[in-house]
Ligand binder design. Structure first.
Ligand code: HEC
Length: 192
C-alpha cells in the first residue's frame, strides 16, 4: 500500500492551514481559519468547578446510602471496600487524629479527608472532576453527592442519613479547617 511521506503530509497540513488568499506577503492574516467560537454546550461541559464556598455546585443530592452503592461499583476496587486504601490509591476513610492533624509538627503524618481537607465542597469538586481514575468527569451530580455523603459519614464528619446537596455541603465544617490560615502576605520581607 502506498503511504504518504512525512514531507507530503506536512505540505498538505500547511496548505490546509494556509491563510486567506487576499493576504499579501509580509502581512498578518486576520484569521488562520482554525477552530470555532465555542457553543454554550461546549463551555458548559468544561465549566464544572465548585469553589470552597459552594459556588458552582450543581442541583442534585445524595445520601450515604446512595453513595455506598456507587462506591462499591466504582471506587472500592482501588480504594478498598472500606476506603482503607490499596497500594497507590489513598486511604479515604480514617481520621487520625480525629481533631485534625498538626502537619507542621510532623510532615510524615498521612493526610486524609478527615484530618487534612479544609473544605467539604472540595471533595465534590475533586471527585467529580477526577474520579474514577480511569473515567474522570463521568459521575452524575447525584452519584457524586452520594459519594461525598458516604465518605463524610464514614469519616464521622456528618451524621448518617444526612442529605448532601448544594445547600447542605458548604455548611459542613471540616475538622482540619482550623489548621489553615489565609495567606495574606503581600510580599517583600514578610515572605520566608
Ligand atoms: C483505578 C483506580 C481508582 C479508582 C477506580 C478510583 N480512584 Fe480515587 N484515587 C486513585 C488514585 C491513584 C488517587 C491518588 C491520585 C493522586 O494523588 O494524584 C486517588 C485519589 C482519590 C481521592 C483523593 C484522596 C486524598 O485525600 O488525596 C479521592 C477523594 C478519591 N480518589 C475518591 C474516589 C472515588 C469516590 C472513586 C469512585 C468514584 C474513586 N476515587 C475511584 C485511584 C482510583
Amino acid at each position: 500500500m502506498m503511504r504518504p511521506t512525512i514531507a507530503f503530509s506536512v505540505l498538505m497540513l500547511l496548505m490546509a492551514c494556509k491563510p486567506a488568499d487576499d493576504v499579501k506577503a509580509g502581512e498578518r492574516p486576520t484569521s488562520y481559519g482554525l477552530g470555532h467560537t465555542p457553543t454554550a454546550a461546549e463551555i458548559a461541559a468544561i465549566d464544572i468547578d465548585a469553589n470552597p464556598s459552594g459556588v458552582g455546585l450543581p442541583t442534585g443530592s445524595g445520601t450515604a446510602a446512595t453513595g455506598a452503592v456507587v462506591y462499591a461499583q466504582k471506587c472500592a476496587a482501588c480504594h478498598g471496600p472500606k476506603g482503607e486504601g490499596i497500594e497507590r490509591s489513598p486511604k479515604l476513610v480514617g481520621r487520625e487524629p480525629a481533631a485534625g492533624a498538626v502537619f507542621a509538627a510532623d510532615f510524615k503524618q498521612p493526610k486524609t479527608i478527615g484530618n487534612y481537607w479544609p473544605y467539604a465542597t472540595t471533595l465534590y469538586d475533586y471527585i467529580h472532576r477526577t474520579m474514577p481514575l480511569s473515567s474522570p468527569n463521568s459521575l452524575t451530580p447525584d452519584e457524586t453527592y452520594g459519594l461525598v455523603a458516604f465518605l463524610l459519614t464514614e469519616n464521622g464528619i456528618i451524621p448518617p442519613g444526612t442529605t448532601i446537596d448544594a445547600k447542605s455541603l458548604p455548611a459542613v465544617k471540616m475538622p482540619a479547617q482550623k489548621q489553615f490560615v489565609p495567606d495574606n502576605r503581600t510580599g517583600g520581607a514578610t515572605f520566608k
